[in-house]
Design a protein around this ligand. Structure first.
Ligand code: DAH
Length: 363
């Protein structure tokens, strides 16, 4: 091995590199070129391996030449790399990594309370009721006075109702109305009857508010559905018949109902309505009475209260300008959360409002 052989080799590599680089257009090709020349067994390693055969002064000269060539090669590889990254050979092709996780579009669904409201409204809609909504901020008159709820009634106390500040709404020059978050959906009776003549058959879903401490069966906000019908000759039996259609539709054909006398200021006579317990109704067929005593839903009574109802009080008719001698009507009001809890066997009202998807996904 002499110096000329090594010089020829250096020249050859130098020319070859240029020629090879021109045709490389991928990162992979560039890497192969790097390994071919700069790898552990590459051309440069072989050149360096020849150095010991040379005389001492030749060694440093050839060593320098090899290093210069090596530096040049490294810098042109670096330059080439930039152009490859900016303009990849596959840029005009569609790149699809089928190993990437899919983007799943979650499909939303209705909240269970919305579902129950829709279901109940649909039942009444089918038998001729119109669905009407009222405001959640109500006047004290519509919420209480117009509904024959006296000044002494405990629900009018500040701690039983959310009164709003500033407290007044000017209804005329000398009269100011207190405003509150409605405590029931019954005030829509006053709104509808004051602005419409009978016959009326209306169903009113909506949110109501009471300053109750939150626990498994209470919430400061919940939903109610109010219903009422007014015309000449509307009787208590109409109320019974219509509520039976509703109960059978929502809870099943074999449900039984009972009306218990009760008191509401806006109806006379008034009744609370119970349905046969939907939990031990099923057990009644197979288990004895002793076992039924332990039903966690009705406590063994066999009945569940679902709503309040009655014949609209003559004073309410007077307050809206209807002649109580000419018109009669019935009204009823139910808590939607209670109906939903009974229907789906839910034992804690808070579940409806916590937005826990594990709960909501079940509906
Ligand atoms: N408004 C009553 C409440 O919130 C429910 C109610 C009872 C409504 C009897 C009625 C009715 O229309 O007749 O407790």
């Amino acid at each position: 091995m002499n110096i000329n052989t090594i010089k020829t080799e250096i020249d050859f590599i130098s020319k070859n590199i240029e020629a090879e680089l021109v045709v490389i257009n991928s990162a992979q090709g560039l890497e192969e070129l790097r390994i071919k020349y700069l790898g552990r067994q590459g051309a440069f390693a072989q050149l360096t391996g020849m150095i010991p055969c040379l005389s001492l002064p030749e060694r440093s000269r050839i060593g320098q030449e090899i290093n210069t060539l090596k530096k040049r090669l490294l810098s042109i590889i670096e330059e080439k790399q930039k152009t490859i990254i900016i303009k990849p050979a596959v840029s005009d092709k569609f790149i699809c990594d089928i190993g990437l996780p899919a983007i799943v579009q979650e499909i939303g669904r209705l909240h269970p309370i919305t579902k129950v409201i829709d279901e109940i409204c649909a039942v009444f809609n089918r038998i001729g009721f119109s669905v009407v909504e009222g405001p959640e901020i109500e006047t004290e008159y519509n919420n209480f006075t117009g509904l024959n709820i006296s000044l002494e009634h405990p629900s009018r106390e500040a701690f039983d109702t959310f009164y709003l500040k500033p407290q007044g709404l000017k209804v005329s020059r000398c009269q100011e109305e207190k405003l509150l978050l409605r405590s029931h959906t019954s005030p829509v009776q006053i709104r509808m009857m004051s602005s419409h003549k009978p016959p009326l058959a209306v169903i009113v879903p909506g949110r109501v508010y009471r300053p109750d401490a939150v626990d498994a069966s209470h919430s400061f906000m919940f939903h109610q559905i109010e219903g009422f019908m007014v015309d000449e000759n509307i009787r208590f039996s109409d109320l019974k018949g219509i509520l039976e259609v509703f109960a059978k539709d929502v809870f099943g054909e074999d449900i039984k109902m009972r009306f218990r006398p009760h008191f509401f200021p806006f109806t006379e006579p008034s009744a609370e309505v119970d349905i046969s317990c939907i939990i031990c109704r099923r057990k009644q067929r197979t288990e004895n009475r002793e076992q039924r005593k332990h039903c966690s839903v009705c406590g063994g009574k066999g009945w569940l209260e679902i709503l309040g109802s009655g014949m609209i009080h003559p004073n309410v008719f007077k307050n809206v300008g209807y002649d109580p001698k000419k018109y009669t009507g019935f009204a009823f009001g139910m808590g939607v959360e209670r109906i939903a809890m009974l229907k789906y066997g839910i034992d804690d009202i808070r579940l409806f409002f916590e937005n826990d998807l594990r709960f909501l996904k079940q509906f």
